[in-house]
Design a protein around this ligand. Structure first.
Ligand SMILES: [Zn+2]
Length: 331
């Protein structure tokens, strides 16, 4: 089981999607669609929360998250179509979502990897089969590169043409543009598939998870991390919770709905583990306090140690902002 996951890594391994177009303010037509529940296909839903796009330059549009009345999954609806969603991603999305200015200004390609982090990663990733790894939503390839150095045979896939090209040319690693299913990926050709905060970005997460099942060899492992809509962070900050990230996050999982989605694809699903996201708490305070003077406990959360203490508390009671689950394709 993945006992230890570095939260800074999770933030940096966020999806880097789409061949990015100009922001919506540029006046390009955005196409919208109403969708059924991505998990159970029901069309019975009710409004869960409404919130603004909080990225600068995206004109602060409002979006709705609805909750399926049959299975409880929360999802953004209506939503921009596959062809339009790219307009809501800035070109440097992965960097914008990094948790601190230090992280933003230091591309991880060029930073050393400490031995203790490598040790922790070995413990976290199931050292499995022939060590053939697929990273779905590989972004700039930081994680791929590290796993490659540790002896894994790595492949990345990302819906950003730029990101895939960059991984190939700058890192010399195999990377494909697109999503799942993908014509260049053979069934049962991987031992481990990772989805670091990428599944919530796709229009059909159930299909992606199903295809991951087919790509894994029997006994293969799938690791998924995602924001937790049942977190204390969401309860505290509501529409200002950093993990909402509308409209880029299309599905808003809870431990239960994420488990169901994986089980429906045929996986044996382990315990969902909580992942602290200290940076998200601090960013949520900043969003909530925008233009006003925050309450004393908000100000406390904005400090490094206050946020760290709060994130430990959320983990202690099983309601962290992030979560990770290990699923297995039965042998
Ligand atoms: Zn449903």
């Amino acid at each position: 089981m993945p006992h230890v996951v570095d939260q800074r890594d999770l933030a940096l391994m966020s999806f880097f999607p789409c061949q990015l177009a100009s922001p919506p303010s540029a006046g390009l037509a955005i196409k919208w669609e109403e969708c059924a529940c991505p998990l159970c296909k029901s069309r019975r839903s009710s409004i869960f929360i409404e919130a603004q796009d909080n990225l600068q330059g995206n004109a602060g549009r409002w979006f709705s998250v609805v909750r399926c009345q049959d299975c409880g999954l929360c999802y953004t609806n209506p939503r921009p179509t596959r062809g339009s969603i790219g307009q809501f991603y800035p070109r440097d999305y992965w960097a914008v979502r990094a948790p601190s200015p230090t992280e933003r200004t230091q591309p991880r390609f060029h930073r050393p990897t400490h031995w203790w982090r490598r040790q922790r990663e070995r413990q976290a990733l199931p050292w499995h089969g022939q060590r053939r790894l697929l990273d779905f939503g590989c972004g700039g390839g930081v994680f791929l590169q590290r796993m490659h150095r540790q002896g894994w045979h790595v492949t990345g896939i990302d819906s950003s043409l730029d990101a895939a090209r960059r991984v190939r040319t700058e890192l010399g690693l195999r990377a494909l543009a697109g999503s799942l299913p993908h014509a260049n990926l053979d069934p049962e050709s991987f031992d481990v598939i990772t989805m670091w905060q990428s599944l919530e970005h796709v229009h059909d997460p159930r299909e992606v998870v199903q295809q991951a099942f087919f790509l894994l060899a029997p006994g293969g492992k799938l690791l998924v991390s995602a924001p937790n809509i049942e977190s204390l962070g969401f309860q505290w900050f509501g529409r200002n919770w950093y993990g909402l990230d509308l409209p880029r996050h299309l599905t808003h999982f809870s431990p239960r709905t994420l488990t169901w989605m994986l089980e429906r694809a045929g996986f044996h699903v382990g315990k969902v583990r909580m992942v602290r996201q200290t940076g998200w708490l601090r960013s949520s305070v900043a969003l909530a306090a925008h233009g006003s003077s925050p309450a004393w406990w908000y100000r406390g959360l904005r400090t490094k140690y206050g946020a760290r203490a709060a994130s430990w508390y959320t983990r202690l009671i099983g309601r962290s902002d992030g979560m990770i689950v290990l699923a297995e394709r039965p042998a």
